[in-house]
Design a protein around this ligand. Structure first.
Ligand SMILES: NC(=O)c1ccc[n+]([C@@H]2O[C@H](COP(=O)([O-])OP(=O)(O)OC[C@H]3O[C@@H](n4cnc5c(N)ncnc54)[C@H](O)[C@@H]3O)[C@@H](O)[C@H]2O)c1
Length: 244
């Protein structure tokens, strides 16, 4: 089986790539190595991955079409996105570009591929937004995103559903709940806490510390991805929530 992983130099993409290699899959990657956080960290991850990694942007449709033609993947694991809830307040257009336009490019490339691949993509627990009912469930309505980031992830789910309906593509959205583990993203809470502790600074806590949050270990996320690949032969569209 051949898998194309977008965002393969990213935190989750790196772990997913390693796991699929271990399982004997043929893996190719794509990443634009943007500077949202340390490019050095992304390069260090990529240096561990012994496969063809295209340095391209998913917003470049021509490049994406070329990669799809070269690789003819059975599965596309689409993880490349602009992540981060807070950053979407200050940089809204990056989200529109990468998470909406880039996502549409991926859908179009899948649709027009001679062998239409299964598309598994990263959604987010943030789509549950203002929902009050706990615990969250996949069947809950998710119509109240409270950040632009969440709105783009919800939009991805809708776009994938449309393509599944129109073109009988198999698509699966995975709603990750704050993922942590080795090679972690430096912009996320546990990294920021650890960094503050190492440098003897107080940790920054929002909402006066009055919050609860689910964290998911990255190996469990990767495990969930494998399960989804196996379990989708009959359905055309779906969403799965990974919970800690
Ligand atoms: N980490 C989490 O807790 C979490 C939670 C919910 C959802 N997600 C989603 O999971 C996916 C992976 O998250 P992550 O934590 O590994 O993030 P990450 O930022 O470490 O990885 C994303 C990778 O995509 C690349 N990328 C970004 N824009 C691109 C573009 N236009 N073209 C090509 N490559 C591009 C980045 O360079 C990066 O290496 C994202 O879609 C994110 O929204 C993550």
């Amino acid at each position: 089986m051949k898998i194309l992983i977008t965002g393969s130099a990213g935190f989750i993409g790196f772990h997913a790539a390693q796991e699929f290699l271990r399982r004997g899959w043929d893996v190719a990657g794509l990443d634009n190595f943007n500077d949202y956080y340390s490019v050095q960290l992304k390069r260090a991850r990529a240096a561990q991955l012994p496969f063809c990694l295209y340095e391209n942007d998913i917003c470049d449709l021509n490049a994406l079409q070329f990669i799809f033609a070269e690789e003819t993947p059975d599965v596309v694991l689409h993880l490349a996105a602009q992540p981060g809830v807070r950053y979407s307040i200050t940089h809204p257009f990056v989200y529109q570009k990468t998470n909406i336009e880039g996502f549409l490019n991926v859908l179009e490339c899948c649709r027009h591929a001679p062998k239409v691949p299964k598309l598994v993509f990263a959604s987010s627990s943030s789509v549950y937004g203002g929902n009050k009912k706990m615990p969250f469930e996949e069947s809950d309505q998710v119509d109240t995103p409270i950040s632009l980031y969440a709105a783009t992830k919800k939009a991805n789910e809708l776009m994938a559903h449309t393509y599944s309906h129109l073109y009988k593509m198999q698509t699966i959205g995975l709603r990750f709940f704050t993922v942590y583990g080795p090679w972690y993203r430096p912009d996320m809470a546990l990294s920021l806490f650890a960094d503050a502790m190492l440098h003897d600074r107080p940790i920054k806590v929002f909402n006066h510390g009055d919050m609860l949050r689910d964290f998911t270990y990255v190996d469990d996320i990767v495990d969930g991805m494998r399960t989804d690949f196996r379990s989708t032969t009959s359905s055309t569209s779906g969403t799965t929530a990974a919970r800690s």
